[in-house]
Design a protein around this ligand. Structure first.
Ligand SMILES: Cc1cc2nc3c(=O)[nH]c(=O)nc-3n(C[C@H](O)[C@H](O)[C@H](O)COP(=O)(O)OP(=O)(O)OC[C@H]3O[C@@H](n4cnc5c(N)ncnc54)[C@H](O)[C@@H]3O)c2cc1C
Length: 504
């Protein structure tokens, strides 16, 4: 008899993978289908901040900010390899929010949830601050405060990898074409987009975690009627060669009352974003418009001493937020909180839809969804994810330098920068990647920069990578340094391994 899964998750973004991990860890049988690669949509296109969201205070979203700050601490604890405390400089601008308002914001941000891990805010004079000589001279004072920066795509992949370790069945390049409920069981039609093979899977609970496709999915692939739930808002970021030589990031105010970020990234770059533009185009193919790129350059030029133009933009990325449509007038005012809705409940079967949310709160969202799954199935099991580290994260933040040092000593024939890059991506899993390596020759084929076969093998075996862009853009950020025209060796190597894996 065919398996009837407890939970079928549609979508391998951070929410889908977080739900799959949580559910698998509670002992439910789990199947996840992602039509492209893990984190190939919104979950690799965010501003990469694990944050309370300073600007949501202006919308009086205190409970969202508090919950997000609490999650920030949990994520530092369970994924210390991919979380980094970042000090943000918030300069005061004479024409925008007054100093007392900024101060009030800082006070609330520090106190809504008292962090165990990150520093509190402080007032600063820019002429004597560590970030001096970066901003135009007219900016004299401001505040600095902490939030965290992460690698959004890796956070997602680590959840998927852990879901697999816990027994979950994770399938990429597998689109869900149709779902139909019959006598308390969902029949789900899926198709592998590489082999075109179609099959049916059965499950009791289906979770629609398709992010910006959530309404599109309901409209075109189910018989649901409530299909206009989200407002799609596009946000773009640009990447330029680094604009400053210190480790502070910036949160900056624009004349249209929006805020934007300028963040030091991957040692050699600064990324700047984001925009907020209502979106009505094709979700499967979009990118930053010239207007958005020029807007971001112009915004940065109001603050930084070095001017940038679109010619300085080396990369850009865009994502679409599916904001639960609460009727807000402006995109930036619409809530970033999430909504979970249960449809088609029938015996121990249902469809759970997820609308909106933030990267920062994916774990909490996943926990709430899986609690609901337990109630629907009639076999509730306790939440567990706030205490258990993601793969490679089984160490505390303070131990990090010591571990990197020990790895560098053990593998003293390898470049320390290489060890550090690996550790910042894989944490303690580096030991596994390098388990058979005792000289440079054991790293295997070299694909450019410091990418070797051992890492690619690991990513294909443990982290669902199938194509070069899965490795270069999402599991690492080597696409910033490697030219796509010169990755033929990587392409050929992965193609051979992919054929064996998919038996084609
Ligand atoms: C510009 C921008 C900046 C942001 N910045 C931040 C930030 O700094 N901090 C923060 O906390 N949050 C941020 N967010 C929000 C955060 O990125 C999202 O909340 C999160 O990534 C949403 O994840 P998701 O899993 O719901 O959606 P997605 O990551 O989009 O995943 C949905 C997946 O479903 C798949 N799918 C769709 N249809 C099907 C189908 N039929 N079959 C199979 N698979 C399907 C898609 O391929 C996709 O991979 C930002 C968002 C944007 C757009």
């Amino acid at each position: 008899m065919a398996t009837v899964y407890d939970v079928f998750v549609i979508g391998g973004g951070v929410n889908g993978c977080g739900i799959a991990r949580d559910a698998a860890g509670r002992g439910y049988s789990v199947y996840l289908s992602e039509k492209n690669d893990i984190a190939s949509a919104t979950s690799s296109a965010s501003s990469k901040l694990i944050h309370g969201g300073l600007r949501y205070l202006e919308n009086f979203e205190f409970s969202l900010v508090r919950a997000s700050l609490k999650e920030r601490d949990i994520l530092i604890k369970i994924a210390p390899h991919i979380m980094r405390e970042m000090r943000f400089v918030l300069p005061h601008h004479n024409k925008h929010r007054p100093v007392w308002l900024l101060k009030l914001g800082m006070l609330l941000y520090d106190n809504l949830y008292s962090s165990k891990y990150v520093k509190r805010s402080s007032y600063i004079r820019l002429s004597s601050h560590g970030s001096k000589s970066t901003l135009i001279e007219s900016f004299k004072k401001g505040f600095e405060y902490s939030d965290c920066i992460t690698d959004d795509a890796r956070l997602t992949v680590l959840n998927a990898a852990d879901a697999k370790r816990l027994g979950g069945n994770i399938n990429t390049r597998t689109i869900v074409k149709n779902i139909e409920q019959q006598k308390g069981v969902w029949n789900i039609e899926i198709m592998n987009t590489i082999t075109n093979e179609t099959k049916y899977v059965q499950a009791k609970v289906v979770v629609n975690a398709t992010g910006p496709w959530v309404d599109d999915f309901l409209k075109n692939r189910t018989k649901q009627t409530k299909v206009d739930n989200v407002r799609l808002v596009k946000g773009s970021h640009i990447v330029v060669k680094k604009l400053f030589n210190h480790s502070y990031a910036y949160i900056l105010q624009n004349s249209d009352s929006r805020v934007f970020f300028a963040v030091p990234w991957e040692n050699e770059f600064t990324f700047i974003g984001t925009t907020d533009v209502d979106f009505k185009d094709n979700l499967d193919s979009f990118s930053a418009s010239d207007d958005e790129i020029n807007y971001l350059c112009k915004s940065a030029n109001q603050y930084f001493r070095s001017d940038i133009t679109s010619n300085d933009v080396v990369k850009h990325w865009s994502g679409v937020r599916p904001l639960y449509d609460d009727g807000s007038i402006k995109a930036q005012k619409a809530s970033r909180d999430y909504t979970i809705r249960i449809d088609s409940q029938d015996n121990s079967s249902a469809l759970i839809n997820i609308f909106g949310g933030k990267m920062t709160t994916f774990r909490q969202l996943s926990e709430e969804v899986v609690n609901k799954v337990g109630l629907i199935l009639g076999k509730n099991k306790s939440p567990w994810t706030s205490d258990v580290q993601l793969p490679g994260g089984n160490f505390s933040l303070s131990e990090k330098p010591k571990i990197i040092d020990a790895l560098a000593k053990k593998h003293d024939y390898l470049d320390v920068d290489y060890i550090e890059r690996l550790f910042n991506l894989y944490g303690n899993r580096v030991e596994y990647i390098l388990k058979n390596v005792s000289s440079i020759d054991n790293l295997g084929l070299h694909f450019g920069r410091d990418l070797y076969q051992v890492e690619v093998d690991y990513l294909m075996q443990e982290e669902f990578a199938l194509f070069p862009e899965d490795v270069l853009e999402r599991r690492t950020k080597l696409y910033l340094f490697l030219d796509y025209d010169k990755i033929e060796n990587l392409d050929n190597y992965m193609q051979k391994k992919r054929k064996v894996r998919l038996k084609i």
